[in-house]
Write a protein that binds this ligand. Structure first.
Ligand SMILES: C[S@@+](CC[C@H](N)C(=O)[O-])C[C@H]1O[C@@H](n2cnc3c(N)ncnc32)[C@H](O)[C@@H]1O
Length: 234
């Protein structure tokens, strides 16, 4: 367990046990987003608060306003369709995709990020569907996306959330559609942040890997771009 993780667990354990009982017995919202234990529930809320805070009071390092070359290359070689950006942040990639003619849908659990995305799209006179919600709880989103993009969201989900997320990709991605994901790669197997080969295998259970590009983020963290394709079922 990382230092950050154990600090978070300690923080969470300060909350009264009757609150824990209330949460677990009523299973408020937890079933939908894929978490049933108290610490997991608190970790997710803490993470959500952290993102909200950063979008209000910070200049997050990922929010560069520039779309990555991997996405640009993809857009240049594919005709426009419907795209879903999971953890879309302030909408930089929504703007890029909409400008390239795509019909775009952005989901982020930060209300502030979605408000900034809305503003950015309006400034460019572009349209998008935007949803403040967890990427694990996408019942209201209609299936049939040609492209699902995830830059920096999947790698920070809890293990139980990842199962829900995968179910969503399975349901929402069209046959012949692509799933493009950028993620931090775990430095140590026990890290909770990041992905590893088990995650890749989960994707491979229903998708085909087209391209894998390893890299380093700001020379600090190993990272990976994965491009998967959903084959047409015979
Ligand atoms: C590293 S940022 C990347 C933002 C955006 N994709 C970009 O490239 O600028 C990760 C984003 O995922 C969002 N996020 C993290 N966990 C999420 C979850 N469970 N559901 C929805 N959004 C989530 C955060 O609020 C944040 O905006």
């Amino acid at each position: 367990m990382t230092n950050c993780q154990s600090t978070l667990d300690r923080f969470c354990s300060f909350f009264p046990t009757n609150l824990a009982y209330y949460i677990s017995s009523h299973k408020i919202w937890g079933d939908q987003i894929g978490v049933s234990d108290y610490n997991g529930f608190m970790r997710i809320w803490f993470k959500r608060l952290k993102f909200e805070w950063r979008y209000w009071f910070d200049q997050p390092p990922w929010d560069t306003g520039i779309s990555p070359p991997e996405l640009m290359e993809y857009l240049a070689s594919h005709p426009p369709g419907r795209a879903l950006d999971l953890g879309c942040g302030t909408g930089t990639n929504l703007v890029t995709m909409a400008k390239a003619g795509w019909q775009v849908y952005g989901v982020d659990f930060s209300r502030r990020a979605i408000a900034l995305a809305r503003k950015k799209l309006t400034q460019h006179d572009l349209k998008a569907d935007l949803l403040v919600e967890s990427v694990t709880n996408l019942h209201v989103v209609m299936q049939g996306f040609d492209l699902i993009l995830d830059i920096g969201c999947y790698h920070q989900l809890e293990k139980s959330e990842r199962e829900k997320y995968l179910d969503n990709i399975r349901r929402l991605l069209k046959q012949n559609g692509d799933y493009l994901v950028y993620a931090h790669y775990k430095k140590f197997p026990e890290d909770s942040h990041g992905i590893d080969e088990l995650d890749v295998e989960q994707f491979l259970s229903f998708l085909r890997l087209i391209r894998r590009t390893e890299g380093w983020e700001r020379s600090i963290r190993p990272s990976v771009w994965l491009w998967f394709h959903k084959d047409v079922m015979e």
